[in-house]
Design a binder for this molecule. Structure first.
Ligand code: GCW
Length: 689
């Protein structure tokens, strides 16, 4: 009887162990770092440091190469290796820096996991600084965040750090390191001056200490009026000696806590934020003052060019008009941070004309990973194709081939620092990003920041393999490539164009319902509202036509582009159709490339976008057997909502614009299902849940 009891217990234990081993939850928390059981590997490392320890640990935890193989990690300078790049061979990773070794390790593991043949290679980063900008507020909220509260902050009064915080920051840091991200700005560009108060800085130090072993530098966004608001000075005038001394003391205090602190990110004289202009000074005065203060410590200033004011000047022209006269006047540790497009992270914009035009100023592109204008965490939109489109756009500034990438990554202009920023989409949600597929955008940002020539297709391919291959509870691996990888990759590749089509096709932009920037609001124009904060300013629809005239006869925004682009954008026959209504106001019966008149083409595009999302639903349902249950259901449910909301976009825009075009929706297309009155009175965020 005794033996029987023991047997029973062992039986129960075995069942228990079995369950623990097999049901590791696929909730998305492990991101693209889901791990197979590693094979043994011998690691020989030339030096010792916190970052190298991390590299060794990662290699052991993820090794999928030959069992018992030996890998040497060697920090030794080599001319072919740039910055924190590395040299890979089957048995060795060499780098100039410890961080380079860490990136080499992750590259090797990625190649193993995605089935790439490990080849000898020197792999160098495109940008030196590859930075996430967190729009996280000290109270724990995240501006334009859709994945839960801040991973860094939960109130000025709650600055304690728990073991759980540390664990999450470590996971966050490892995820970043694995894709080459090496900087984090910990707080919102709409910066609370309190970020620089002593007790908050002490927490910054703790965070920086956690991120450092993963090669990540810490940066802060600062409020230009801090000397007044925090320091009690009468002014924050950048040429005032007391103000300069205040910044000097503050920067000294920061470096005492965080010796490798990266520098400041500044949103000045933009959307109500204080800046040097409040004191009769210029962006140059403000940025250079901070740059001089940071310089002795090796810190940099990232000064944003996102500026526009309620003038008659076309909003799309303002950043260029304001910043071009300053070219060559900034210190060499100032980098001007420029959003990808001239307006504001719209679903599709032409590249900002500042890229390549400021030839004596370091410029860094700012991309938005969080999907403020592209469906929040409700919609599956792979942003890599949009960023690739921007980075590969030819500015012609230094002859053909002067792409945005080349103009900013140091290949064309000799600049001391190169950098790229992405506005993060992380939060406390278990899966970090709200939507399982939004993780792909974080991943893609890191990969493009590392290599701005990578194709989105390769990025999607890698991400899908790392994120979904051998998903828990699935076993149909035989045709995984053709059954899962190919169709899902294609869906990702088409998803941005689809979102543009069902929301703002043919160059339309900023026709959102206000504030939330989620649903349609082309009609929204309250009296006394600043015109450039209302959609009619951007679409300009009337009974004659639609679109913003930015030609030479209009606002002449085309004139900010280098030839041949200026002429190309100016000429309606040559303007790429994706930017048609961005640059032109055209009659409803204008003949588009398809042979259809503009109104009909608009109807077709909206309809196409909606149909594509319906097709995405089918693609996803078909791969059910290749995805674990939780992630399958989550994505399935979000795609349903995306399909409903795409329909709302189509109906709202077509029925609204139809009042001007006075033409029928082509009879072969699906009819609207919502009434315009209903959509106009609805709250776009709560309506379609
Ligand atoms: O995209 C707009 C957002 C603001 C944001 C601003 C900016 C942080 O609507 O929420 O503020 O741009 O980039 O500064």
């Amino acid at each position: 009887m005794f033996t029987i009891q023991i047997r029973k217990n062992i039986g129960t234990m075995l069942v228990g162990i079995f369950i623990v081993l097999t049901v590791k939850a696929e909730d998305g928390h492990s991101l693209w770092l889901r791990r197979e059981t590693p094979k043994p590997v011998k690691v020989v490392c030339s030096n010792k440091s916190a970052i190298l320890d991390q590299a060794v640990k990662a290699l052991r935890a993820g090794w999928q190469g030959e069992s018992g193989a030996m890998i040497r990690l060697r920090v030794e300078k080599d001319k072919a290796i740039k910055d924190d790049g590395f040299k890979l061979s089957p048995s060795e990773i060499q780098a100039n820096t410890a961080a380079g070794i860490l990136y080499g390790v992750y590259e090797l593991l990625r190649r193993q996991q995605t089935g790439q043949v490990p080849e000898n290679a020197v792999v160098n980063p495109s940008y030196q600084r590859r930075i996430l900008n967190h729009w996280d507020n000290l109270d724990g909220s995240v501006e334009r965040g859709y994945a839960g509260a801040s991973i860094f902050w939960r109130g000025e009064e709650a600055l304690s750090v728990t073991a759980e915080d540390r664990k999450r920051w470590e996971e966050y840091a490892e995820a970043n390191a694995s894709i080459g991200i090496n900087g984090s700005v910990l707080n919102n560009v709409n910066a609370s001056p309190k970020i620089l108060s002593r007790n908050v800085l002490e927490k910054v130090k703790v965070i920086a200490d956690v991120l450092r072993p993963y090669g990540i530098k810490t940066y802060l966004s600062v409020n230009f009026a801090s000397p007044t608001i925090l320091g009690g000075l009468k002014t924050s005038d950048p040429i005032n000696t007391e103000v300069i001394n205040w910044w000097k003391a503050k920067v000294k205090e920061i470096y005492a806590l965080v010796p490798d602190f990266g520098g400041f990110l500044v949103k000045a004289n933009s959307e109500g934020q204080s800046g040097p202009q409040d004191f009769g000074r210029t962006h140059v005065d403000g940025a250079n003052m901070m740059a001089d203060v940071l310089n002795p410590y090796g810190g940099i200033v990232m000064w944003r060019a996102f500026v526009y004011s309620p003038t008659d000047n076309d909003r799309a022209k303002q950043a260029y008009d304001e910043f071009m006269p300053f070219d060559g006047k900034f210190r060499d540790n100032v980098i001007v941070q420029v959003k990808n497009g001239p307006i504001d992270f719209q679903p599709r914009e032409p590249f900002s004309p500042l890229f390549g035009a400021m030839k004596k100023t370091a410029i860094m592109p700012e991309l938005q990973i969080t999907q403020e204008y592209l469906g929040h965490a409700y919609q599956l939109v792979f942003l890599s194709t949009m960023w690739e489109e921007c980075l590969k756009s030819d500015t012609y500034q230094e002859g053909p081939g002067s792409t945005v990438a080349k103009c900013t990554d140091g290949r064309i202009f000799d600049q001391k620092h190169t950098a790229i920023a992405g506005v993060a989409n992380t939060g406390l949600d278990t899966n970090w990003c709200g939507h399982q597929f939004a993780q792909a955008n974080w991943y893609a940002f890191g990969r493009l920041a590392w290599n701005d020539e990578l194709s989105s297709e390769q990025i999607a391919d890698e991400w899908l393999k790392l994120t979904f291959k051998n998903a828990e509870g699935t076993n149909s691996q035989t045709d995984w490539d053709s059954d899962f990888l190919q169709p899902v990759k294609q869906m990702m590749m088409e998803s941005h164009d689809a979102a543009v089509d069902y929301s703002m096709p043919l160059g339309l932009h900023h026709i959102f319902a206000p504030h939330a920037h989620y649903g349609p609001g082309p009609w929204w124009a309250p009296e006394k509202m600043r015109a450039d904060w209302t959609p009619p300013y951007y679409h300009q629809a009337d009974t004659i036509g639609i679109g913003f005239d930015r030609t030479q006869n209009g606002s002449d925004a085309v004139g900010q582009y280098h030839e041949p682009l200026a002429s190309q954008f100016n000429d309606v026959d040559k303007c790429p159709e994706i930017y048609l209504l961005w640059f032109h106001h055209l009659p409803w019966d204008y003949q588009t490339k398809s042979g259809r008149i503009l109104w009909d083409e608009l109807c077709y595009r909206y309809d196409k976008g909606v149909r594509q999302v319906r097709a995405f639903q089918k693609v996803w349902d078909k791969v059910q057997h290749d995805v674990d249950e939780q992630r399958f259901k989550e994505v399935q449910s979000k795609l349903r909502r995306q399909a409903r909301d795409a329909q709302v976009w189509k109906d709202a825009c077509l029925l609204y614009f139809q009042q001007f075009s006075r033409r029928p929706i082509p009879s072969e297309l699906e009819r609207p299902v919502y009434d315009l009155e209903f959509l106009q009175s609805a709250d776009p965020l709560s309506l379609y849940k």
